[in-house]
Ligand binder design. Structure first.
Ligand SMILES: [Zn+2]
Length: 379
């Protein structure tokens, strides 16, 4: 291939990398859900936001049953009285039933950790039903982790229901060919903004999708190269994976609508049920198991994209002390003096995040912007 003058120019350009965390999605202000106080959830207020959504949505019955099981489990784990209630949606008891979701002790990562420990490490305590059922009694597979994934998808979809985010469009416009976005968010704010500005194609995700589902059927993924690469290291609302045939799908019909009816059914490729066919929404805890497909592939390639950047803008990501992976990724990508040669911009409402970052890396240039608007106004 000939190297044109624009490619040569690009070689000398400071390549830009954006790293987006949950705080970035808080900039969405065009939501149309009309649910009072609902905003894009963070780890700490996720269940409070989920409660608002559950009290104001019509759920299909499969999803309602799934989430009911999760809430019963939370009652058990957080010391609440057992609740004898079925079909709680749209009943006058729903608010009381969901009260546990307001509990300040709950955070998304904590609850997910608890559920995974119960399912994979502890021998689950048998139910106290008063009689011995023999050695071969089976304990039903607990569907709470799956319910939580669906609750995440539902809550985010509702909170971000509405037109493409104007702030994210400004952000997309600030990027040029070859720039990279790493996102820890499941939502589609950046995806939709990049699509809108014609900077993202199916290839831009780096995930080898077998096909693209659009509601009516499936088609092959487009092979047009993408100007911007969007690497979503914790998965995405619109990705599906079948662990039976190890196949990835991109759901282009994932519209954020009032009727939430997108509970994955069965794999369009091998036909296996939704035990295998699931959303690729990997909570931070699970993302630490880097063997999950297709995230393993993304994590194995991400450092070469980070290493090319000479300017890194970190938006709404707070460097939680438990997230060793992001720090490890930056250290690996910028060895020796490269750390010093890279310009970092920390966009965060909290100045502590900027201070913490400055102490952690050996960069000569770290700038703090207290809001996305402030950052966008200065570029
Ligand atoms: Zn399959």
């Amino acid at each position: 291939m000939l190297i044109g003058s624009s490619n040569l120019l690009r070689a000398f350009k400071r390549q830009k990398l954006l790293i987006l965390g949950a705080g970035c999605s808080r900039n969405y202000s065009q939501g149309t859900s009309n649910i009072t106080g609902l905003e894009s959830p963070l780890d700490s207020n996720f269940f409070k936001m989920a409660k608002k959504v559950l009290l104001n949505s019509r759920l299909e019955s499969d999803l309602a049953i799934l989430i009911e099981g999760l809430v019963h489990n939370l009652h058990r784990l957080y010391g609440y009285e057992a609740f004898e209630i079925k079909n709680w949606i749209n009943t006058s008891d729903a608010s009381r039933f969901l009260e546990v979701l307001e509990d300040d002790r709950l955070s998304l990562e904590k609850v997910m950790t608890q559920l995974i420990f119960e399912n994979e490490i502890f021998q689950r305590m048998p139910p106290f039903d008063g009689y011995y059922q023999g050695e071969n009694r089976t304990i039903d597979v607990d569907s709470s982790p799956k319910a939580l994934i669906e609750l995440i998808a539902l809550t985010i979809s509702k909170a971000l229901e509405g037109p493409v985010c104007s702030e994210h469009i400004r952000l997309a416009n600030s990027l040029s060919q070859g720039d990279v976005v790493i996102s820890f968010n499941y939502d589609l704010l950046m995806d939709n903004a990049l699509r809108e500005t014609k900077k993202l194609t199916d290839c831009g995700y780096l995930v080898p999708f077998r096909s693209v589902l659009d509601g009516q059927g499936s088609r092959r993924m487009e092979d047009t190269p993408s100007d911007i690469t969007l690497i979503k290291l914790h998965g995405s609302l619109n990705w599906l994976h079948c662990s039976f045939c190890d196949t990835n799908f991109l759901n282009r019909s994932e519209k954020i609508s009032l009727q939430y009816a997108t509970l994955p059914r069965s794999c369009p490729y091998c036909g296996e049920s939704n035990v295998y066919f699931q959303r690729v929404i990997i909570p931070p805890l699970l993302a630490k198991n880097y063997s999950l497909s297709p995230l393993k592939y993304l994590w194995s390639r991400v450092n070469r994209y980070v290493a090319k950047a000479r300017e890194i803008v970190i938006i709404g990501y707070s460097f939680p002390s438990t997230d060793f992976a992001t720090e490890a990724l930056l250290r690996d990508s910028f060895p020796w003096e490269f750390q010093r040669q890279t310009r970092f911009v920390i966009v965060n409402t909290q100045k502590e995040v900027f201070d913490r970052f400055k102490k952690t890396f050996n960069s000569s240039e770290v700038i703090w912007k207290s809001s996305l608007k402030e950052y966008l106004d200065t570029i």
